[in-house]
Design a protein around this ligand. Structure first.
Ligand code: C5P
Length: 240
């Protein structure tokens, strides 16, 4: 890539879905393919960045590039722990991962059986178990808060949002709200509907900036081109 505008910049990208364990063999997951996050990691490395790709469950091959180090995670809490460590040295953090909002309260140490307990009559319990959920931390929002507390290295932080809009609010109105709530520098907004975006090779996004600069729209185009459009905005902001 002729642009080497991210030469020496440390970019941390999370990609893919988290898996929240129920027992040693089962989990709650999501349909994230990891394609957009991996495309961002590859595009940033091509432009000279030193990339750490924090990958959850992905449907694709992980990149093999001398400037990309990959760390695997499973759950939202794993992801949070990895990012706490990596954020100290990061110039840019891009949260493309699909993080589960909830996790099972209890992780069974042995596989949950069809007969999972003792029934009222003392025999095996044939009813279906109930899964109790607890909230996961909002990793992105916490990274933003930590950044202000920590001082020192202040990473540029990018969030993603998948919105459908509702009767009263357009996708972009909801996304503006989310940007303010999360406090990140950029929010990359995907318009989602049935069969759109998840697992596809193409994407359409609008990039919103917290500083109020004009939104940038990219696509419909490949996730690689979307990545470069995002990195164009970031590279410009880092030079300011
Ligand atoms: O609130 P919502 O899930 O729509 O926000 C999406 C953004 O927040 C993504 O960047 C995602 O990686 C991040 N996120 C997070 N921790 C969560 C849920 C989402 O960091 N528990």
């Amino acid at each position: 890539d002729p642009r080497q505008d991210l030469d020496g910049v440390v970019v941390v990208v999370s990609a893919g879905g988290t898996r929240e364990a129920l027992d040693p063999v089962r989990y709650l997951g999501n349909r994230s393919s990891g394609k957009q996050g991996v495309a961002i990691a590859e595009a940033a490395a091509a432009r000279g960045a030193d990339v750490v790709l924090v990958a959850g469950a992905v449907d694709i091959r992980l990149p093999d590039h001398p400037r990309i180090v990959t760390r695997r995670i499973e759950s939202a809490l794993d992801l949070q722990a990895q990012l706490a460590d990596l954020s100290k040295d990061a110039d840019v953090i891009i949260m493309a991962a699909a993080v589960a909002d909830f996790r099972p309260r209890h992780v069974a140490t042995a596989k949950i059986k069809k007969t999972h307990g003792q029934g009222a009559d003392g025999g095996p319990d044939e009813s279906a178990p109930t899964i109790e959920l607890v909230r996961n931390p909002d990793i992105l929002a916490e990274l933003v808060r930590e950044r202000h507390r920590q001082g020192g290295q202040v990473p540029y932080i990018v969030g993603f949002a998948a919105e459908t809009g509702d009767a009263e609010h357009s996708v972009l109105e909801l996304a503006q709200d989310k940007l303010r709530r999360k406090g990140c520098d950029l929010l990359v907004v995907n318009q989602v509907g049935v069969g759109v975006t998840f697992g596809q090779d193409d994407n359409t996004v609008t990039i919103l900036r917290r500083d109020g600069g004009a939104p940038v729209t990219a696509g419909p185009t490949t996730k690689t081109r979307v990545s470069h459009a995002l990195l164009d905005v970031i590279a410009t902001e880092l030079r300011r």
